[in-house]
Design a protein around this ligand. Sequence first.
Ligand code: SF4
Ligand code: SF4
Length: 184
Amino acid sequence: MAESKIASPGFLEEIESESQQKVRVCYQCGKCSAGCPVGYAMDLLPNQVIRLVQLGLKDEVLSCATIWLCASCETCATRCPREIEIVRVMDVLRRRSTSEGYTSPVREVPIFVSTFINNLKRFGRLYEAGFVGVYNLLSGHLTKDLDKVPMILMKRKLAFFPPRIKGISKIRAMIRRAEEIEKQ
Ligand code: SF4
Ligand code: SF4
């Protein structure tokens, strides 16, 4: 986490506006964190992320691992007495972290996401064998799960060749549009 503890004026308002969530009404009851299934692996608990946003501590929140580890399971939203959808806040924080050049402490996650999207753009739907190969290469985990490949192929759980689908240009246009919206 970055050392700076300087509040960024307007950060809370920006995150609230982009996520459409009233982060300021959180009263730190901790129910979100108590139910989070990924909390054990996070460097900041979900309620702490929300508190940092309230305080405008942008560097701390945009450089934390938690925003990359959140599994978007929505457990926190169902438990929150203030009806804050933390998933939407996490989404905005991840986007801001990327667009503002922060380095994710969990480098595999952005690699996983970009490999997944590029695979979809290329084939129209997930070509799993290609995805695993590229992900392993880029993440440096070259031999990860290689031992399982013969069994998976034998059981025909993984196609050896890429899928051929109709309307691939429409899928590409859809992804392009989503990327444009994300940049807005
Ligand atoms: S459950 Fe809601 S009100 Fe309670 S700490 Fe989490 S975000 Fe804040
Ligand atoms: S959505 Fe994210 S923060 Fe909320 S409970 Fe699930 S993993 Fe935890």
